[in-house]
Structures are given as C-alpha cells and as structure tokens.
Design a protein around this ligand. Structure first.
Ligand code: ZN
Length: 298
C-alpha cells in the first residue's frame, strides 16, 4: 500500500475508495506534496479494479483553505515527484517557470481529476476557498454539509479567479460574476439552489450520506458508469469548456505577471498583509513592506 503524508487513503466499503485531505492543522491548505499525493491516490484508485467510486473528503472542520501560500519553495519541492505533464521548464526565469508549475500542479491536476474515468464524489464541510474549489469542482457529484461555504477570494489578491476556471459552468454566468467580483461566501444552500451541489445534509450525517450514495453507484456496472461520465463530460466540453479554460488560464497568468511588474510578487501584497501571510513568511513580509527584491509566488 502506498504511504501518504498529507492525505489518507481508505476503503470504507467494498468498491469505494475514500481519499481524505489530512492537514487539518493547516485547514487542509494544499502544498505541492499534497497535490502530488492526491494525484497518486487517484492513480491508485484508477488502477485498482476493485474500486468503482472515489470519495474526495477532508479531515477536520474545514474542507480546504486553498493553495498553501506559505509554502517556501514549491517549485523546489516538485523535485521529489515525477511530473505528470510534459510542459516542463519549472525552474525557468520570468513568467515561464511559475506558469509551468501552475499548468502542471494546479490546472493540470484539476483537469486530470475531472477526466478521471470512475465516478467521484466530493464530501465537503466547513470552508472551501479558491484552490479548494479546484478539488471539489472536478468531482462528478458534490455532497455538502449544511455548514459548508464556498468562496473564490482571488480578486483580493489581484488575481482573476482560481486557475481551474470552472465558475461559469458551476454557477451560471451571472452568479459566477457575482461570486468572483465580491469574493463573498456562497452557502451550501445557495450552491445547491444554483445546481453546483447535489445534496445538502446535516454535518453529522455528511460522511454516512456520501458513503451510502457511493455504495449505490458502486453497485452499478463499472464500464457503463465510465461511458456515462465520458458522455456527460463530452457534452460539456463540446460547449467550449476546454477552450474557455485555456483562455482563462492565460488571463490568470497575465494577472500574476501584472502583479510581478507592480509589486515584484505574483499576488497583491495588501492581501498578504491583511491575511497575515506577511507575518508567517519572511519572503512575503519583505515584499509587503515594499522591499520587493524577490519575485513572489502566488
Ligand atoms: Zn496562479
């Protein structure tokens, strides 16, 4: 069995794998290791013929605070893992290295998991912010606890939306704009009303409800489930999702590069000050005070 440091992989019921984010002390902020371990766990579930459905869950009160902005050397930390994409150039200067990193580890992984062949169910409690959406949205079904809240706060960082820009498909065009412009939290009930969430259940019943749903699906024929998923994804992609995603990713990189030109950092330092990251990481502290000698990462 594969050993993981930042996630848990269990089989709670025959045919069902459960992958749980396991950095509750960091509100399940996603560092490079966690993202590669998630990809390894999806591969483990894909290669195991006994597994038919995957639940993506999180330990602790909150699903995920998003990407771990306090990680010191995320590109250096990639060296421990085999990259899954072939873009490469992660160490390259200017915008190239950071874009390559995000293409591999952020949008690349979210797209891979969205196209993971077997059915997936996200099980979400507490806060799910920005990069957190990039784990939840690639799943086929979403079950939310009644205390779940969803938010993309990238506007406050001077960044034009999380890298996996599925917002218009998840929320509809008009509510997606409100979600992005305001950085407001949408409640589980609102997300359900908009069709982003399949079910809202009492927090205490979240895991049992999700597992029962997974077991019901796992009783169906595997190949037909895969074909159905492929057909629905193809219907969505034929509406232009893939090309829209490429455009939004390019715009996202432009917003990072704009911040680098203005501040020497890939995110607006006023956000770093307000969010407390400036206190946690000397690199951000220097930049937040206006001593922007080192290009930042965001
Ligand atoms: Zn980014």
């Amino acid at each position: 069995m594969q050993e993981y440091a930042t996630i848990e992989y269990t089989i709670p019921s025959p045919g069902v794998a459960r992958i749980a984010l396991d950095r509750a002390d960091k509100r399940n902020a996603q560092d490079t290791r966690m993202l590669y371990e998630l990809d390894m766990a999806f591969r483990q579930a894909a290669e195991d013929n006994a597994i038919k459905v995957v639940i993506l869950a999180a330990n602790g009160p909150h699903f995920s605070a998003g990407h771990d902005l306090s990680e010191d050397d995320r590109i250096g930390n990639m060296q421990e893992f085999d990259s899954v994409g072939l873009w490469c150039g992660y160490d390259d200067a200017g915008s190239e290295g950071p874009m390559a990193f995000e293409k591999e580890v952020y949008i690349g992984f979210s797209e891979r998991w969205r196209n993971f062949a077997k059915p997936t169910i996200a099980e979400v409690q507490g806060k799910c912010i920005a990069g957190g959406l990039m784990l939840v949205w690639p799943c086929d079904l979403i079950v939310a606890a009644d205390n779940a809240e969803f938010c993309d706060n990238t506007v406050n960082m001077g960044i034009c939306g999380a890298e996996f820009f599925n917002h218009p498909w998840e929320l509809g065009v008009r509510k997606a704009k409100e979600f992005l412009f305001t950085a407001d939290f949408f409640s589980a009930q609102e997300a359900h009303r908009l069709g982003m969430v399949n079910h809202v259940v009492p927090t205490a019943e979240l895991s049992d409800f999700t597992l029962t749903l997974a077991e019901r699906i796992a009783a169906k024929p595997m190949f037909v489930l895969k074909l159905m998923k492929e057909a629905v994804n193809a219907a969505q992609d034929s509406q232009g999702r893939v090309n829209a995603m490429k455009t939004s990713f390019a715009l996202h990189q432009l917003s990072h590069s704009h911040n680098v030109e203005l501040y020497g950092l890939r995110a607006d330092p006023s956000f770093l000050r307000a969010s407390g990251f400036a206190n946690k990481n000397p690199r951000f502290a220097k930049a937040a005070e206006g001593d922007d000698t080192e290009p930042g990462k965001g």
